[in-house]
Design a protein around this ligand. Structure first.
Ligand code: SF4
Length: 384
């Protein structure tokens, strides 16, 4: 959903402010794409997660979310325990909308809170206040959402350890089920990166950011949270029958398993190919109006398609799997999938990373060490 009310200073996502008038045509084009890809699939595909990401999907009217979900349910087989997530900005949703989304079938909501400090929200150009985030969480629970995730950021310009600690404590007090904790990345071409380059903002201190990450990891562990990915934590299950709190949708990416992407700028990996769609919503709509079917998994909106060789797929499996701090890459699963062992393919690299203390490699699995998490890009580049 590549629509936002304003562009945040640090954001380099494929999203656009001021184009909301396009939304009805965009939703029509999106539904058409879902139908076409469903029709071109070799069989009716079973779907265990659907994720509305953005952008700001919470700008969509509930009726549009419902229409998209109905289209997905007709084109694919939605499994009975399907995880249906929608990303929301705390300032863009009220109780009625949240209740409507829940009634439409969305069963997991993810709020971009980012900070509990007013001056940091302003620095990031976020439109909401922390009080609005608190209200949104309260309303989501009232509306029936049993699965609630919050995003927070650290390593901001000027941010002190005490300010970061305040944010994390305040966010934990909201009693979420899942937390995504991201270091700010100064992406090329963003206003924030320009401000740092021009000297208007200080470069965030990377050693302090590392301390913030380690402090957060240890606080969350003390509170019984389960870190399952470099930036993601799940609240432990309160009862065996309560839902697993890991984001099942994102686990699919990190396990390098197939997924379909729909909409402007969406990426997918299915049928042995990676593909991506036209970036601009206008271009996406136009391409979908021209609608000539294409071979699965592409639609007329697809602008790039690359067949994935076995060698690339193996590299990608290591690259993504190293993000999974607990699960890592299972030796058994790898061998069953590729017909060759982790040792045969990556023994030299894994041994070198283990010697540097970045990777823990046992006969069962290879996974990143706590120290390696701070230098994760050094690990990932080995597999690109
Ligand atoms: S709300 Fe999210 S997607 Fe939209 S501009 Fe801000 S960070 Fe980017």
């Amino acid at each position: 959903m590549p629509f936002c009310e304003v562009r945040c200073a640090y954001c380099d996502f494929n999203t656009y402010a001021g184009l909301q008038a396009l939304m009805p045509a965009y939703v029509r084009a999106l539904c058409r794409e879902v139908e076409m890809i469903g029709e071109s699939a070799p069989e009716k595909l079973a779907v265990h997660t659907v994720f509305f990401g953005g952008g700001t999907p919470s700008l969509l009217p509930v009726s549009a979310v419902k229409r998209i979900l109905d289209t997905v349910a007709a084109a694919f087989e939605l499994l009975p325990d399907c995880e249906l997530t929608l990303e929301a900005n705390p300032g863009t949703v009220d109780f009625e909308q949240l209740a409507g989304l829940h009634a439409a079938g969305i069963n997991r909501i993810s709020f971009g809170v980012q900070s509990a400090n007013a001056h940091e929200l302003k620095l990031l150009d976020r439109l909401h206040t922390f009080a609005q985030a608190q209200t949104a969480v309260h309303n989501a629970r009232r509306a029936g959402f049993a699965r609630l995730s919050l995003d927070v950021m650290f390593g901001l310009p000027y941010q002190t350890m005490a300010e970061w600690q305040h944010t994390l404590h305040a966010v934990l007090a909201l009693n979420p089920d899942h937390l995504s904790v991201y270091a700010l990345i100064l992406e090329h071409g963003t206003p924030m990166q320009a401000a740092v380059t021009n000297g208007q903002l200080p470069l965030p201190d990377s050693d302090l950011a590392a301390d913030m990450y380690e402090w957060a990891s240890s606080l969350l562990a003390q509170h019984g949270w389960h870190q399952y990915e470099i930036s993601n934590w799940a609240r432990p299950q309160t009862a065996p029958e309560s839902p697993m709190q890991q984001c099942r949708h994102n686990l699919q990416y990190w396990r390098n398993l197939p997924y379909l992407g729909f909409g402007a700028g969406a990426h997918g990996f299915a049928g042995g190919a990676r593909y991506s769609n036209a970036l601009a919503p206008q271009a996406f709509i136009k391409r979908m109006q021209a609608a000539q079917p294409r071979p699965f998994p592409a639609s007329p909106a697809c602008v790039q398609r690359t067949e994935v060789s076995a060698a690339v797929e193996m590299n990608d499996t290591l690259l993504m799997g190293m993000r999974l701090t607990d699960e890592g890459v299972s030796a058994k699963t790898f061998e069953a999938r590729f017909g060759t062992s982790l040792d045969a393919q990556f023994g030299g690299k894994l041994r070198a990373l283990q010697d540097r203390g970045l990777v823990d490699w046992t006969p069962e699995r290879a996974r990143i060490t706590p120290g390696g998490r701070l230098l994760a890009n050094m690990v990932f580049t080995e597999f690109i």
